[in-house]
Design a protein around this ligand. Structure first.
Ligand code: NAD
Ligand code: IPM
Ligand code: MN
Length: 342
């Protein structure tokens, strides 16, 4: 059997509490299927406060050599916003060219949605992962003065957009064959027009896939008024970030929302993480829901081609939620319950 190395980066806050459960689920699902070894990385707030390191080059090189990455969450209230988020999390997404940020949302039986009539919710957001407003193009001049000017420029390249558009159509072929482009082309006319043209162009290669368009503001309405209309939602980096937190809330909380930062050309490892953050408001209390992290482990397995092992995790999670989703349980209790079902 082939051997796989998984980089584990628990990170900060509840990331440290949920990631061990994701790793345990991965270990259990992989039993008898493949040989996985784990390399732990001490990165995040504690490390930064201890020695100032965010993502040392030699550690990033080791991460690059692994087969996949399991990440918890990054960010700490003691550290200025952006230092760890940009220096660690976004740096990995960018340097490993994880251009597809895949964020499925499904309303499980047993979860109470905040919507009165949620219907069947089962869609995937294909969020661009390496461009847009996240690039860090921009700057501040005359900082701290009354004449300060701050800019953030959204970078959209035809190459970067076309590849994620193509991924969305390929994914739609395996699903209900519908893509919704979400943008704001009525205002962001340069980028919006390019996204729309590339969708129109690529769609010609997938005649079975229908596609439509929604402005981001209207999309936030439809996500709560009629979420079952969506199959594959295709959008840019920032719109996708916002929409997927809303999607998480609609399916019962971000504690159920997993994601994959995918390098679809497999040039570098892909990274799997819950969509939520380090949740300082509940960190250290054994309260965080580890389900999203555990489902991220399933996405990791599916990415490496272990569909049956992934399905074992998915089935255990689904059964757990159906039976116990409405009970109040600690992080460790949910982890144990899901593991026991595997
Ligand atoms: P957050 O996702 O950490 O928390 C938002 C709300 O959701 C909080 O009330 C939190 O308690 C709740 N929540 C999140 N995950 C939960 C879980 N598994 N179970 C139960 N409740 C959960 O977002 P935030 O508060 O805006 O950000 C906190 C920090 O995390 C910031 O430093 C931010 O930059 C960072 N962040 C990191 C990531 C990441 O690493 N991918 C994602 C989002 C935010
Ligand atoms: C997420 C987070 C990150 C993002 C931040 C922490 C950089 O919100 O993974 O959703 O905006 O992508
Ligand atoms: Mn987010």
């Amino acid at each position: 059997t082939k051997k796989y190395t998984i980089a584990v980066i628990p990170g900060d806050g509840i990331g440290k509490e949920v990631t061990p459960w994701a790793q345990k689920a991965l270990e259990k699902a992989a039993e008898g299927v493949a040989e996985f070894s784990y390399e732990q990385f001490d990165l995040g707030a504690e490390r930064y406060l201890r020695d100032g390191a965010i993502l040392p080059e030699d550690e990033e090189e080791r991460i690059k050599k692994t087969d996949a990455i399991l990440l918890g969450a990054v960010g700490d209230p003691r550290i200025k916003a952006g230092i760890l988020e940009r220096g660690l999390l976004l740096k990995l997404r960018f340097d490993l060219d994880q251009y597809v940020n895949l964020r499925p949302s499904k309303l499980y039986k047993g979860v109470t949605s905040p919507l009165a009539n949620p219907g069947d919710i089962d869609f995937v957001v294909v969020r661009e992962g390496t461009e847009g407003l996240y690039c860090g193009a921009g700057g501040a001049v005359r900082r701290g003065t009354a004449n300060e000017v701050a800019t953030e420029v959204s970078i959209n390249t035809a190459y970067g957009v076309e590849r994620v558009v193509r991924y969305a159509f390929q994914l739609a072929m395996k699903r209900r064959k519908h893509v919704t482009l979400v943008h704001k082309k009525n205002v962001l006319v340069n980028a919006g027009d390019m996204w729309q043209r590339l969708v129109d162009k690529v769609s010609a290669e997938y005649p079975e896939v229908s596609h439509d368009y929604s402005h981001i503001d209207a999309a936030t309405i439809f996500l709560v008024s009629d979420p079952s209309r969506f199959d594959v939602i295709l959008t840019d980096n920032l719109f996708g970030d916002i929409l997927t937190d809303e999607a998480g809330a609609v399916v019962g909380g971000v504690g159920y929302s997993a994601s994959g930062c995918i390098n679809a050309s497999n040039e570098y490892p892909s990274m799997f993480e819950p969509i939520h953050g380090s949740a300082p408001d509940i960190a250290g209390q054994n309260k965080a829901n580890p389900t999203a992290a555990i489902l991220s482990a399933a996405m990791l397995l599916r990415h490496l081609g272990f569909d049956e092992a992934a399905a074992r995790i998915d089935a255990a999670v689904e059964a757990d939620i159906e039976e116990l989703g409405s009970t109040v349980r600690s992080t460790d209790q949910v982890g144990r319950d899901i593991l026991a079902r595997m």
